[in-house]
Design a binder for this molecule. Structure first.
Ligand code: ATP
Ligand code: MG
Length: 522
């Protein structure tokens, strides 16, 4: 580790030319210095990781490099030449592409349409679909992205959406790829695949800038690391000689938490029962296939699975967001199969959705409105027949304190929060209603190591008081550490039930991909 060295005149670090150099970048938002005097030097052909706490300024810095923001101060050099981007179009023309922290695809379009959107190829003045298809297939093949050009994006899981985003960037001939927390949404096997793809990109001479909170994986994939704290560069680290612990300390000055929870708080009373639940897709294929499971008071039931094996549909079934083809859902012993989502929520079901931008938040609304979203019928949202703005604001301020949501105040717009801080607000909101069942899809996705341990503690405390939790997560340490019971979901079925006290992440991964026989599972 060395302190961020002063910029050494642009052209080279060692012998390798710099693909990107940022000098003294400052970007202010009203009341916030998101980036203050940041230095970044990325060598051509390397994978360069950027790490830092939630709200440290990583996404802002990348959006500045990508032409979405104009820096208030500082200089951007690409391939040694100073540039001034007025928009992402300028950045793309300079060979820079970005995959955002939350995806930006058009749901009701196909993969092919999404990839070409904004740079439609033409042949004699007409859209050249065949040509586009050939190029997409070639890109998919070369980087092993497994794209189906005619699939509708709304039918894709998060992992596939990400590959579409990457293809979209490659389609525009990017030489420098920015990936903002790409692995937050992936299970280990998919992370391996992505890292395989990154290796291909590197071989082809592309440069990758990679943001992540998972320090082990940063050390695995990165050639060099820049650490950002509270908007400014605090150092660069060599992944070969820096431990995850040292990195965490550099980031937050704290130790890495583990979710470890061993004393069981499981009681006998069931809060949720799924009985022979089947959910079908449009073509009547079962995507959740005859699932039976019980969550008792004080119990965390983890569902492990590779993205797209029915977990999302299972969550929808529990929440009443999708009709069942067969089976029933019971809450506290009562059959709620025919109940609306709202009725279920009012009966005490908390929900942390997988895709916070589509289901969990109104980005253009202030935080206090987001606080009452989905909870409009109860205090602090209402007082008598009226919306209680003051109560909602005060309670939002409380959540911000307890969950360490870093933002100026309850009137800040949600869109101005960093990704991890948005997530913390959603978790705080759902826990505030004191639910008896919490359906949590990736509750700490995108949250930094410090905040992650805070959320784990709060979930454990609520569990000890009798909360039942359905936990879906791509973070196997989280699943193993928090769950009392662990099911594996594969192609819509629960194929194994494992003891989280004994299973290792590797074994769990084997079950998830079906590589391991399900016999012998406890
Ligand atoms: N459009 C905006 N308007 C106002 N403030 C903003 C805006 N975008 C970001 N900020 C603020 O700038 C700071 C840095 O945010 P940024 O999104 O860059 O953090 P981050 O490092 O990417 O965090 P995370 O790991 O949570 O994604 C935060 O305080 C955030 O609230
Ligand atoms: Mg971010």
């Amino acid at each position: 580790m060395s302190p961020a060295d002063s910029p050494a005149g642009g052209a080279a670090a060692g012998d390798v030319p710099l693909a990107v150099e940022l000098r003294g970048i400052t970007k202010r938002f009203p009341g916030v210095v998101a980036n203050g005097d940041i230095e970044l030097r990325v060598r051509r052909g390397e994978v360069h990781a950027i790490v830092g706490e939630n709200g440290a300024g990583k996404s802002t810095l990348m959006k500045t490099l990508y032409g979405e923001h104009r820096p208030d101060e500082g200089e951007i050099l690409v391939d040694g030449r100073p540039v001034q981007f007025r928009s992402p179009a300028d950045a793309i023309a300079a060979g820079i592409g970005m995959v955002h922290q939350h995806f930006m695809l058009a749901d009701n379009f196909t993969v092919l349409e999404n990839v070409i959107l904004g740079s439609e190829p033409t042949k004699r003045g007409r859209l050249d679909r065949a040509g586009a298809r050939r190029r997409i297939e070639e890109i998919s093949e070369r980087y092993n992205l497994g794209l189906r050009p005619d699939a509708l994006v709304e039918d894709l899981g998060v992992g596939d959406r990400q590959r579409v985003e990457i293809a979209k960037v490659l389609y525009r001939d990017a030489r420098i790829l920015i990936l903002d927390e790409p692995t937050a949404v992936l299970v280990p096997q998919e992370v391996d695949e992505l890292f395989g793809n990154l290796a291909e990109l590197k071989r082809e001479g592309l440069t990758v800038i990679f943001i992540s909170h998972k320090l082990d994986e940063v050390r695995r994939v990165a050639d060099s690391i820049t650490v950002i704290r509270r908007g400014t560069t605090v150092g660069t680290a060599d992944p070969r000689t820096t431990t995850a612990k040292q990195l965490a300390e550099l980031m937050v000055g704290a130790e890495l938490p583990t979710p470890e929870t061993r004393e069981s708080t499981v009681r006998d009373t069931p809060v949720l029962q799924l009985v022979d639940v089947t959910v079908s897709d449009e073509s009547r294929r079962p995507v959740v296939d005859d699932v039976t499971l019980t969550v008792r008071e004080g119990e965390v039931v983890g569902i492990a699975g590779v993205e797209g094996n029915g977990q999302a549909e299972l969550v929808d079934a529990i929440m009443g967001l999708r009709p069942l083809a067969a089976g029933s859902v019971l809450l506290g012993g009562e059959d709620v199969t025919a109940w609306s989502t709202r009725a279920r929520r009012e009966a005490g079901v908390g929900f942390i959705p997988e895709d916070r931008h589509r289901q969990g938040m109104l980005l253009d609304a202030p935080l206090w409105e987001n606080r009452i979203l989905g909870h409009q019928t109860r205090p602090p949202a209402v007082k008598g027949p009226l919306i209680d703005r003051r109560g909602a604001r005060a309670d939002t301020a409380r959540i911000m304190r307890e969950y360490d949501v870093r933002a100026p105040g309850p009137d800040t717009l949600a869109v101005a929060l960093s990704g991890g801080n948005q997530q913390k607000l959603i978790v705080g909101r759902e826990m505030s209603a004191r639910p008896r069942l919490l359906v949590a899809a990736h509750p700490t996705r995108g949250v930094d190591v410090g905040a992650q341990s805070v959320i784990w503690e709060l979930l454990k405390d609520a569990r000890a008081e009798g909360l039942g939790i359905v936990l879906i997560s791509a973070d196997l340490d989280e699943l193993i550490g928090l769950s009392d019971t662990l099911h594996v979901m594969l192609r819509g079925r629960l194929v194994a039930t494992l003891d989280p006290r004994r299973v290792t992440p590797e074994e769990l991964g084997g079950h998830m991909t079906g590589a391991r026989s399900t016999a012998g599972a406890a």
